[in-house]
Design a protein around this ligand. Structure first.
Ligand code: CP3
Length: 378
């Protein structure tokens, strides 16, 4: 990955030969990252085995996660670098996955610029004053590095602790963030969001432009702090038709991904993954928005997805997270089916079709990692 990125500050004592006092110096990425199967697959290069990681691999499915989160609120835990590093590393230790994803949440940068919100257990993000008019936009000022200093410190210490395992940074895409802000919380139908989108397109585009600036800045800050790849989560974009996605959403997601590509720190370049749920009809557009890797949910076979995404992009996915609740022979069969569907792809990163469900048995995920690694060794 990018050698000599400017502006990276190593954590104390992690700078190798560099003097401890010189905390503004560039810390070189771990040289073993150059042969990371995950990063090679993102670049559609040959890999020793198919890399695997799981969305929401850190979380309530792990007893060690529940133990360290005891009595600590979700947003509070995202602001404690020691906890972030510990939680991010938990699934890496347990499963030997090929990538870690930063323990954080898509609403963290919104909270950081001053949106009054909380994450309620079992519910999700809840916004005190939903944004539904032009005055509501004012709170969405650009994100400054100081707003998320705890997150970037967490990235630095996590990267140092991970060594050879790459860290994925992430952000919520403008549409998914807008849905939480406009609805005031999780929503099935996205009624108010769509009412605003169709009813006041100018306000809508202004809202998404502001969110794109925040998301882009948040991703670049994570890259500067040492993240090796980024994922833009547009979890709820599948609620839109392709025509509406292209008209109302895609320009803003494209702006985020272009901002990442243009950042001097990502001269490496830093792979950009783009994912949403139920986005079978949007895969072509989501790739065109500027992704290097398109995440595919479990509803579309990878082979079909590859036809929609077209050449020049890797795919990530796509075992149904609920499959892990079946007896092992069925889990094995479904895992092998995903791998068979991925035969001949330019690049494949094995993952679930959405996040790990809280009741998942971690031992099943461990067996899936082993199976993917063993059966694809080449
Ligand atoms: O391991 C990882 O994947 C990294 C951590 C991560 C979290 N949130 C931690 C979290 C990531 C990548 C996210 C992103 C996120 N947050 C998304 C996009 C990904 C997706 O799932 O589609 C979305 C839509 C959110 C918003 C959000 N935050 C939801 C819907 C919830 C779940 C609410 C619940 O309790 O069921 C959260 C809270 C949240 N974020 C938890 C975790 C581990 C659970 C909180 C807890 O443990 O108390």
């Amino acid at each position: 990955m990018a050698g000599g990125r400017p502006g990276r500050c190593p954590p104390a004592g992690a700078g190798g030969s560099k003097p401890a006092w010189d905390d503004q110096r560039v810390s070189d990425p771990d040289p073993r990252l150059a042969t990371s199967p995950f990063l090679l697959a993102c670049q559609r290069k040959p890999v020793p085995h198919t890399p695997v990681w799981f969305m929401r691999q850190a979380g309530r499915s792990l007893p060690e996660y529940r133990a360290v989160r005891e009595g600590v609120g979700m947003l509070e835990s995202c602001m404690r670098p020691d906890l972030v590093t510990e939680i991010t590393l938990q699934p890496v230790r347990r499963y030997g996955v090929d990538a870690a994803i930063l323990f954080s949440d898509i609403v963290v940068p919104l909270k950081a610029v001053g949106v009054d919100l909380d994450i309620k257990a079992g519910v999700g993000p809840v916004v005190a004053q939903p944004i539904r008019d032009r005055a509501g936009l004012e709170v969405l000022r650009p994100l400054e590095p100081d707003d998320v200093a705890a997150v970037t410190e967490a990235v630095r210490s996590t990267v140092a602790a991970l060594g050879a395992t790459p860290l994925i940074g992430f952000a919520g895409a403008p549409f998914t963030l807008a849905s939480y802000l406009v609805e005031g919380g999780p929503s099935r139908g996205h009624e108010r969001t769509k009412a605003l989108m169709y009813g006041d397109p100018q306000l809508w585009h202004d809202l998404l432009s502001r969110l794109a600036v925040i998301a882009g800045a948040f991703l670049v800050l994570q890259i500067e702090a040492g993240a090796s790849a980024v994922q833009l989560f547009d979890s709820w974009a599948g609620a839109l038709s392709e025509a509406d996605y292209r008209r109302y959403v895609m320009p803003h997601s494209a702006a985020v991904l272009a901002h990442v590509a243009a950042a001097p720190e990502s001269a490496g370049p830093t792979p950009r993954i783009h994912f949403g749920v139920g986005t079978g009809e949007l895969l072509t557009a989501m790739g065109q928005a500027g992704a290097d890797v398109v995440g595919v949910d479990f509803r579309v076979p990878l082979r079909t997805a590859a036809g929609r995404v077209g050449p020049g992009r890797a795919l990530q996915g796509n075992l149904d997270p609920a499959v892990t609740f079946a007896p092992w022979p069925a889990v094995e069969e479904q895992t092998r089916r995903v791998l068979a569907d991925a035969q001949g792809l330019e690049g494949h990163i094995f993952n679930l079709g959405h996040g790990v469900l809280p009741q998942t048995d971690p031992d099943v995920l461990a067996r899936i990692v082993e199976l993917v690694h063993e059966s694809t060794a080449r």
